[in-house]
Design a protein around this ligand. Structure first.
Ligand code: SF4
Length: 169
C-alpha cells in the first residue's frame, strides 16, 4: 500500500498562516511525493473555520498540545480570544483526514500551537520557545501517526522510501 503523508498546508505553499503567509518547503522528495500522489495537505486551523489572517495564538502557561486536548490548558489569541475549542476541532479534523486517506506519516511545520512537533511558544507572546508539541501533532501521535517536522525531512524520506522499498510489488 502506498504510504501517504499528511502535510501542513503552509509547507505546501498555501498562504494559510495566521499572518497570511506560506512557508513552502523546497525538497526533491516533496516534488516526487506530489507526483506519486502521496501528499495530503491540510491546514487544521482553517479546517476548523479559522480565518486568514487571524491573530497569533499560543497555548497558555507553557502548556502543550496534550494539555489542550485534555482540557488542562487553553489556546489564547494575542488579542485575548479563547480559541481552545477551535484548536481541538482542528486536531480532530486532521486525524479524521489522516485516517480517511490512510496517512501513517505526517510532515508538520514546527513551532505552531497546532502543527508544532518539537517546539512551541510559551504562551506569553514573547517569542520564547519551549519543548513541546501542538494540539494536532499531539493527537496524531497519540493515534499512531509518525510526525516529523520540516527539519526532519531527511528522516521522513528514509522512513517513507524504506517502507516503499519493502512493500510487495
Ligand atoms: Fe500551517 Fe498548521 Fe498553522 Fe495551518 S495550522 S497555518 S498548516 S502551521
Amino acid at each position: 500500500m502506498t504510504a501517504r503523508i499528511l502535510v501542513s498546508a503552509c509547507l505546501m505553499g498555501h498562504a494559510v498562516r495566521y499572518d497570511g503567509a506560506a512557508k513552502p518547503l523546497r525538497h526533491p522528495a516533496i516534488d516526487r511525493w506530489r507526483q506519486e500522489g502521496r501528499l495530503v495537505a491540510i491546514c487544521p486551523e482553517m479546517s476548523a473555520g479559522m480565518p486568514v489572517p487571524r491573530p497569533p495564538a499560543e497555548i497558555e502557561g507553557g502548556g502543550t498540545g496534550a494539555d489542550v486536548l485534555a482540557g488542562k490548558a487553553r489556546v489564547l489569541e494575542k488579542t485575548g480570544g479563547d480559541v481552545t475549542a477551535e484548536f481541538r476541532h482542528a486536531a480532530e479534523n486532521a486525524l479524521a483526514l489522516a485516517r480517511e486517506t490512510n496517512c501513517r506519516f505526517a510532515l508538520l511545520i514546527d513551532g505552531s500551537p497546532s502543527c508544532g512537533s518539537g517546539f512551541i511558544y510559551d504562551g506569553r507572546f514573547t517569542g520564547t520557545r519551549v519543548a513541546g508539541e501542538g494540539a494536532t501533532a499531539a493527537l496524531l501521535r497519540a493515534n499512531g501517526i509518525a510526525v516529523y517536522s520540516e527539519r526532519e525531512i531527511e528522516a521522513l524520506v528514509a522512513s517513507v522510501d524504506g517502507e516503499a522499498a519493502k512493500a510487495p510489488t
